[in-house]
Design a protein around this ligand. Structure first.
Ligand code: PAF
Length: 271
């Protein structure tokens, strides 16, 4: 595994290869990332993983500072997984140039997480757009846990006629049902139990509302989540996952999207 900290040396190495399969991450790698990397390795192209905690996608400095960082551990894991390239850029390496493409921010960026984390998706698209220009990947592997992010990156790529293809990967879950996330490493045992109870409650709720949509009552659900130990709920909503529109009656393509806090740890998922 070759490690790069500078885009010019990285480009010299990769632009002569047949194409790159790219797995962008913010580090603190978990089973979800491992699954993306294993899928990427099956593409037969060289796999490049990036680790960059992107300051522009955090609204609060404190959230950025508290984001888990485990670079030494991550490097060990990536060596074991036998990826080809690891890119750990500095902020200047990423933000010290003017990209050719302007970001395209679909209007659905204002919904769900976009409503509660102002500027978050601009920050995500800004960094992904720059990574694309540096790496020119053939494939980009993204998980469905961050479905809104995935949808918006796809829209940007379509709109700007970028040649990279997004490979959508299923959410990987812990045995207790909770979606794998770097933020889970910040949860205590009791808090993991709360997250798991919330997951089970929402999974059962989805089954019920599939049969009878009238059972979907956001205020009641929010009350139940608070009783289960959530400290704050940003949203619980049903969206059609094909067109990413909110649904108001039963629809076979819907997922239940939610974001809530346990103490100051924000968790999101869709089931
Ligand atoms: O999902 C993430 O880890 C980040 O949002 C991404 C795509 C690496 C951009 O910083």
């Amino acid at each position: 595994m070759k490690i790069f900290k500078d885009k010019h040396t990285l480009q010299k190495e990769i632009l002569k290869t047949k194409g790159i399969s790219f797995v962008p991450t913010m580090g603190a790698l978990h089973k979800g990332h491992i699954s993306l990397i294993k899928k990427s390795k099956k593409s037969r192209l060289k796999t490049l993983v990036s680790i960059f905690v992107n300051p522009k996608q955090f609204q609060k400095k404190r959230d950025f500072r508290n984001y888990p960082r485990k670079t030494t551990q991550d490097i060990k894991l990536l060596k074991k997984l036998k990826i080809n390239y690891l890119y750990i850029p500095t902020s200047n390496d990423i933000y010290g140039f003017k990209p050719r493409n302007k970001i395209f921010l679909d209007k659905s960026s204002k919904k769900l997480c976009g409503k509660f984390r102002k500027g978050h998706f601009e920050g995500v698209l800004n960094v992904v757009n720059r990574f694309i220009e540096i790496i020119r990947p053939k494939y980009i592997y993204l998980g469905k846990k961050d479905y809104q992010q995935l949808f918006l990156i796809k829209r940007h790529i379509e709109k700007r006629k970028i040649k990279s293809r997004i490979i959508e990967c299923e959410t990987i879950r812990e045995n207790n049902g909770v979606a794998c996330s770097s933020r889970n490493s910040k949860l205590s045992k009791n808090q993991i139990k709360v997250a798991s109870n919330i997951h089970n409650y929402l999974r059962n709720l989805k089954k019920k509302i599939r049969k009878n949509y009238n059972l979907f009552n956001t205020n009641e659900i929010k009350k139940d989540l608070l009783n289960l130990g959530a400290n704050k709920i940003d949203y619980v909503e049903n969206y059609n996952i094909k067109n990413f529109k909110r649904i108001i009656k039963s629809d076979k393509n819907f997922n239940l999207f939610f974001a809530y806090y346990i103490k100051n740890i924000r968790l999101i998922d869709n089931i």
